[in-house]
Design a protein around this ligand. Structure first.
Ligand code: GLP
Length: 240
């Protein structure tokens, strides 16, 4: 369930290998890649493989994992801004209508959740999902205390998330909510990778590995998923 790699780059390459294999057998697979810092190297390598023709994204579909409520493309650091600027805009041949991403500025957030759920359902669920892990063990915005039977929903941000979030933005933002795929959709994904790199993730990886599934540490529910793996570099895996 936990795979250790020598470096963060090696872990990112292994994630890309999974995507490459998937798209070679299922060209119209539905893929979900988390925002945040951790997947940035993976995105870079996916773009490289797309440009060399090693991976063909022309029929691929993407769904967003999460977004900060109130933010859109114009805010660097929003999930949408990260995914579009680092990945979607650079993949060769990816069709814009094959991308469904949370609008953090939608007036009706419940409707927005329905729109995302319908997109996922229409594709028959998610084929591959790459998750990061929060310092509190969150996945997407499935925060401690999570309910595991929910699809896309609006979430009150946890205090740890509020402390950490300033790293994404140029100035302090008064964010209190997130909108996120739910654990039900995540757990139903056909292939799940949780990627963690760097020393700062070592403790939460240790806690996740050593704790039985509990809503207090959402990442522990990966143990209930059939096809979930943690990919860690040596630093993040140093305590396990
Ligand atoms: C953020 C996002 C998640 C992300 C996680 C880890 O708050 N909501 O989508 O995967 O926390 O972020 P990072 O990779 O920057 O550590």
């Amino acid at each position: 369930m936990l795979k250790k790699f020598k470096t963060d780059l090696a872990a990112a390459n292994a994630v890309c290998d999974r995507v490459e294999t998937l798209l070679s057998v299922k060209k119209d697979a539905l893929i979900c890649i988390a925002g945040g810092d951790t997947p940035l190297q993976t995105m870079q390598e996916l773009v490289r493989r797309s440009k060399t023709g090693q991976i063909d994204f022309r029929e691929a579909y993407f769904v967003g994992l999460d977004e900060w409520v109130g933010l859109g493309l114009e805010t660097p650091g929003s999930c949408r801004a990260t995914l579009f600027s680092q990945l979607f805009d650079k993949l060769i041949g990816l069709k814009k209508e094959h991308i469904c991403f949370f609008d953090g500025k939608a007036e009706d957030l419940a409707e927005e959740c329905d729109r995302i759920d319908q997109f996922v359902d229409k594709r028959g669920g998610i084929d591959f999902i790459l998750l990061g892990i929060g310092m509190n063990g969150h996945l997407g915005f499935n925060e401690p205390g999570v309910q595991i039977d929910l699809n896309a929903h609006v979430v009150e941000l946890d205090s740890v998330t509020k402390q950490v979030m300033s790293k994404y933005f140029e100035k302090d933002l008064p964010l209190t909510q997130g909108i996120s795929l739910g654990m039900k959709q995540i757990l139903a994904s056909k292939e799940i990778v949780v990627l963690a790199t760097g020393t700062k993730k070592a403790e939460i990886i240790q806690l996740t590995v050593e704790t039985e599934p509990t809503p207090q540490i959402p990442a522990t529910f990966m143990k209930k998923a059939k096809n979930a793996q943690f990919f860690v570099d040596e630093a993040a895996g140093s305590l396990v």
